[in-house]
Design a protein around this ligand. Structure first.
Ligand code: FEO
Length: 387
């Protein structure tokens, strides 16, 4: 349980949540960290906190470096409880420390913790003098809460980016260069798809600010500290926030008697024939947050459900609700499914995909069990529509 020195006098003092597997609906197979950073200067400064149940771990790490009662400033870049949960315990130790946050942060913290600490509000352009170093604040509202901001230390060329550029990874390694790159990139992708995606317009604005800064280290609030792969991560954020997609088609479905599954396979083969990358996801077996990772760069999103009680399968409903909330743009949808008599499911799926703002291909709706002839007919019609 050691603190990690990032630069001389700057330490990671966060918490490692090895057991976390569900982050409000997002499957976190690799756990997560809540990163907190300690700057030793004329003013002792703590940047961000950890979940409440990791407070003791954070305080032990801080105590290896300095007596926590000596903290002067607590910068709360974001008030969500994974980054502010330990604040009450920290403030019990240093009750006279200034808690520094954006206007929405200062408004929101007492609503969470029912305490009136010594608050200081900062806005974009404000500078806090720590002694040898300064912290420059940039508000990043709705990335992904109204209170979000980032803190930049020009003397050290470090950006404390809070939720931006993070990944849900629990590890003993602290830096990107120490961890398998493909896993870090995968978790960065999953994090963007499941948390940041709805705020892509705000990401584009934030990227303009970030790209104008001289940055050697990005210290996010989750996962690995980014030193070696900054340009790669920024390039991916630019691609994702611009809704750029690959020639990739996803076929996502649930099935009752394998008729909708047969249509799904037929759709997959049709896209494959057009040289698309394809991915099949049976919602009985794949978590919706893992499907979102692939949706981030998929051009075609095909969703199938048989009709069940005049409606769609609950798994498909759950997926569509999640998809709609995360609001990917510039996609093309396709609704498909088999039915016995009512056949409402295909229209329900199609309407939801339209509500997502997707352009739509012609739906594929087949009664009872599809045979080769009907599947071939549908494939021929589909292949003509694929660009
Ligand atoms: Fe918005 Fe990691 O909390």
């Amino acid at each position: 349980m050691k603190a990690t020195e990032i630069r001389k006098g700057i330490y990671w003092v966060g918490g490692i949540d090895w057991d976390l597997r569900n982050f409000h609906g997002y499957l976190t197979q690799r756990g997560s960290t809540y990163n907190s950073y300690l700057i030793i200067d004329e003013k002792i400064t703590l940047i961000d906190n950890v979940k409440s149940y990791m407070a003791d771990e954070q305080i032990k790490r801080i105590s290896q470096i300095i007596d926590p009662t000596k903290i002067d400033y607590v910068i709360q870049n974001h008030i969500e409880m994974d980054h502010s949960g330990s604040l009450p315990k920290i403030m019990d130790l240093c009750p006279n420390a200034k808690v520094i946050a954006s206007p929405k942060g200062v408004e929101g913290i007492p609503k969470h913790y029912k305490k009136e600490w010594n608050f200081q509000t900062v806005k974009s352009g404000d500078v806090l003098n720590l002694g040898k170093r300064t912290l420059h604040f940039v508000q990043t509202p709705m990335l992904h809460w109204p209170d979000n901001m980032v803190s930049y230390c020009p003397e050290e060329k470090i950006l404390f980016s809070n939720d931006a550029f993070g990944q849900h990874i629990a590890s003993s390694e602290r830096f990107d260069e120490e961890y398998p790159l493909h896993l870090m990139l995968h978790e960065t992708t999953k994090y963007y798809a499941n948390i940041v995606l709805p705020y892509s317009n705000q990401v584009q604005k934030a990227l303009e600010v970030v790209q104008a800064l001289d940055i050697e280290i990005i210290c996010p609030s989750h996962g690995l500290i980014i030193k070696k792969y900054i340009s790669e991560i920024l390039a991916e954020y630019k691609k994702w926030s611009g809704y750029q997609v690959d020639d990739k088609a996803l076929i996502i479905y649930d099935t009752m008697w394998k008729s909708t599954e047969a249509i799904a396979h037929s759709i997959q083969e049709t896209f494959e024939a057009k040289n698309y990358q394809t991915r099949m996801f049976n919602l009985q077996h794949t978590h919706i947050s893992d499907i979102m990772t692939e949706i981030l760069t998929a051009k075609y999103i095909c969703v199938g459900s048989p009709t069940l009680n005049n409606n769609i399968m609950p798994t498909v409903a759950s997926f569509l609700t999640y998809l709609k909330g995360l609001a990917p743009k510039k996609r093309i949808g396709l609704a498909f499914g088999s039915y016995g008599w009512g056949g409402q499911s295909i229209g329900i799926v199609e309407n939801t995909l339209k509500e997502c703002g997707f352009d739509m291909l012609d739906q594929i709706k087949i009664q009872y069990v599809p045979d080769d002839a009907i599947l071939k007919e549908k494939e021929n019609h589909l292949i003509d529509q694929i660009k």
